[in-house]
Design a protein around this ligand. Structure first.
Ligand code: AMP
Length: 133
């Protein structure tokens, strides 16, 4: 079944488009974390960050950086969150890779986004050993 983003790319459902090229489309998120929240969406449907070819992802990051600059210029955003939810366990709702670019302002009350944990004694070294490349 087509994802909602494939339907948007095909023009089957409406969206507010900010940019388009052969590899990606940028639209406004319909339920923004803050107004101006944009989504950089790959034209071809790759479900996750893990699947998408690096060249496509690199291109999308370049576009995300232009959107970040536009949000700073046009909205006077003081910062942005550049975010990818990767797989359902992370909160990814639409299985079609996209980069969130969210305008942020000092004191906007949206921080911290994630509650933080603490390592027990010695546990950080264990995770270091598990994850070292
Ligand atoms: P994620 O949880 O990372 O998969 O994010 C999916 C995002 O898509 C959410 O922030 C939704 O608000 C957004 N979204 C879902 N449907 C639409 C739509 N029709 N137009 C614009 N944004 C949408």
């Amino acid at each position: 079944m087509a994802t909602v983003f494939e339907m948007i790319i095909n023009g089957d459902i409406p969206s507010t488009r900010l940019y388009e090229d052969d590899q990606c489309l940028v639209i406004l998120d319909i339920n923004p974390i803050s107004k101006g929240h944009a989504l950089v969406i790959s034209k071809k449907c790759y479900p996750t960050f893990t699947d998408i070819p690096m060249e496509t992802l690199s291109h999308m990051m370049e576009v995300a950086r232009k959107i970040d600059q536009k949000q700073r210029d046009a909205l006077k955003a003081e910062g942005t969150n550049i975010m990818i939810n990767n797989s359902p366990a992370s909160g990814q709702e639409v299985p079609h890779l996209h980069i969130h670019v969210i305008p942020r302002f000092s004191g906007d009350g949206k921080t911290p986004a994630f509650p933080k944990e603490k390592y027990a004694e010695g546990e950080m070294a264990v995770f270091g050993d598990l994850l070292r490349l």
